[in-house]
Design a protein around this ligand. Structure first.
Ligand code: URA
Length: 252
């Protein structure tokens, strides 16, 4: 007999939706905004446009992990390469079931060579914990662009397009069961969705290479809009239900 929606929500510890039994999920939503370090406002630096442009390796679609990382590390196909300290390819379990895709490295990621290590990364870790995940365990984290956009600006459409073969090859190599797009740049990179608002993309099941894809807000946006955490929690539940192969009931 199929469980009722109420039974399913109850089973997940969210019936009624505001009374969360899972402490990590409750902590993620209830986290006191006064405790959060306010994000540093982006510094807009007007840098001269460099002229170095070297083609990405011709055969990205055939590369194995090591070759792919080598190709990324030596890529100068767009102007982001001229400003990076290092390429930030991605991090996590190469047998991941979940792939989370963000926008691009910030200053801390550029310094460390790993995605989501700053404030937004802490919030992403809390998001993962809220649905029983942690980075490095069945989770891989990547970005739409692998080099830091100067001044933490949003990557341009041509930069996202130039970096896209790397991201698509990562998806092929990982073959995850589900992809979660964090914010507009990731939606742009995978769904080629440039016009729709992020709100209009939430709560829907898309596909990339036959893999289910869901969209939610970027953690950096959440740092500035903490009340939106509830929506992210809904999106994560939707993602988890898709992952479990259950047809998700509409939660919103
Ligand atoms: N924001 C992103 O989109 N990616 C990172 O790696 C860090 C911050």
């Amino acid at each position: 007999m199929n469980p009722t929606r109420g039974q399913m929500l109850s089973e997940m510890g969210i019936a009624p939706i505001w009374r969360l039994r899972d402490q990590k999920a409750a902590a993620f939503i209830a986290e006191d905004s006064s405790q959060a370090t306010p994000p540093t406002p982006p510094v807009v630096v007007d840098l001269p446009r460099p002229t170095i442009r070297t083609a990405v390796c011709a055969n990205v679609a055939d590369l194995d992990w090591e070759q792919l990382e080598q190709c990324m590390a030596t890529c100068h196909a767009c102007e982001l390469a001229a400003h990076r300290r290092q390429v930030v390819p991605g991090v996590g379990d190469r047998k991941a079931e979940w792939l989370f895709i963000g926008e691009g490295p910030g200053a801390e990621e550029d310094a460390k060579g790993e995605p989501f290590v700053g404030q937004a990364g802490k919030l992403l870790d809390n998001m993962l914990a809220a649905i029983g995940l942690q980075r490095d365990e069945k989770v891989y984290i990547a970005n739409a662009v692998k080099c830091r956009p100067p001044g933490n600006r949003t990557p341009e459409a041509d930069e996202i397009a130039t970096c896209n073969p790397f991201l698509l090859r990562q998806i092929d190599l990982l073959s995850p069961r589900l992809i979660v797009l964090l914010g507009r740049s990731a939606a742009h990179a995978i769904l080629h969705e440039e016009r729709g608002t992020l709100a209009s993309l939430r709560g829907k099941r898309f596909e990339c290479k036959g893999i289910p894809v869901v969209v939610t807000y970027h953690p950096a946006y959440l740092l500035r809009n903490l009340p939106e955490k509830v929506k992210v929690w809904e999106d994560l539940l939707f993602a988890r239900q898709l992952m479990e192969g259950t047809k998700a009931p509409s939660l919103f």
